[in-house]
Write a protein that binds this ligand. Structure first.
Ligand code: ADP
Length: 255
């Protein structure tokens, strides 16, 4: 199977008045169609920088990033990006928020609008289409942000700590919710998180970055001993803890 995304020897430093900060060093990995990869690493090691590179918002200093065999570019429509803040606009209704991306990219075709309708119904937001974002729960807001992103039919979804602003209980439900949606859609995704359990519960593989300048320390395939795996049920798998300890050790070699 051809990878949807391939990073080869990607390196990047930030250059500021204070000098040069090497952030990423010779990062290589690939992502297969439909695969879910979680990236964990110490705070400040370069995780968001890596996603910004994949989104085409930054250019690598060395190495290459290929999506479907072609280099990514600024504003690449093949990439959907979900951030910690959902960036829903309070002065727009939920419906007009989920249409925002399609409007900006002039993609409001009947086909795309019909798909938005389907998603609003499937994800339980249909009744809230005229509500303002502040009237939604944290989980519903994330679902609205997800519909807005998926409406653009990205080939790859990037998730930068999208759940970290939610309280613990809500986070578990929302992760389960969003995880199931993405799996059913067979959408390849890369999740950046500082939460090891979140990474294991959602991902097919977990990529562990070292501290800055980050190198790939390990890529760990997650094979949980559980049927009908969902992010929530994953946590009950007998070998969940084994993966947790393995990743914890990679992140804290001296602990
Ligand atoms: P993470 O997401 O792993 O917390 P980041 O990718 O946000 O890490 O940042 C990696 C490092 O690069 C940090 O030390 C941060 O201070 C620095 N950094 C991030 N953005 C910039 C920038 N635009 N200019 C200079 N340094 C930056």
């Amino acid at each position: 199977m051809e990878p949807i995304l391939e990073l080869r020897d990607v390196s990047l430093s930030y250059h500021t008045l204070a000098g040069e900060t090497p952030v990423l060093s010779h990062i290589s990995f690939s992502l297969l169609p439909g695969e879910f990869l979680a990236i964990v690493g110490p705070s400040g090691c370069g995780k968001s920088t890596l996603l910004n590179l994949i989104a085409g918002l930054l250019a690598p200093e060395a190495g290459s990033i290929l999506m479907e065999g072609k280099p990514v570019h600024t504003g690449d429509p093949r990439v959907g990006y979900m951030l910690q803040k959902d960036h829903l606009l309070e002065w727009r209704s939920v419906y007009r928020n989920v249409l925002l991306g399609l409007e900006v990219r002039r993609m409001k075709t009947p086909e795309n609008l019909a798909r938005v309708e389907e998603m609003l119904k499937a994800y339980g937001l249909d009744k809230f289409r005229d509500a303002r974002p502040s009237q939604l729960s944290g989980g519903m807001r994330q679902r609205a942000a997800l519909i807005r992103t998926l409406a653009l039919r990205p080939a790859l979804l990037l998730l930068d700590e999208p759940f970290s602003a939610l309280d613990y209980q809500t986070r578990l439900t929302v992760i389960d919710d969003i995880g199931k949606i993405l799996r059913n859609a067979h959408k390849p995704a890369i999740l950046v998180t500082h939460d090891i359990s979140e990474a294991i519960s959602m991902a097919d593989r977990v990529l562990v970055l070292s501290s800055r300048p980050a190198v790939v320390k390990k890529i760990i395939p997650i094979e949980l001993e559980i049927e009908d795996r969902t992010p929530l049920s994953s946590r009950n798998a007998p070998n969940f803890k084994t993966y947790f300890h393995q990743i914890w050790k990679e992140l804290n070699p001296n602990a």
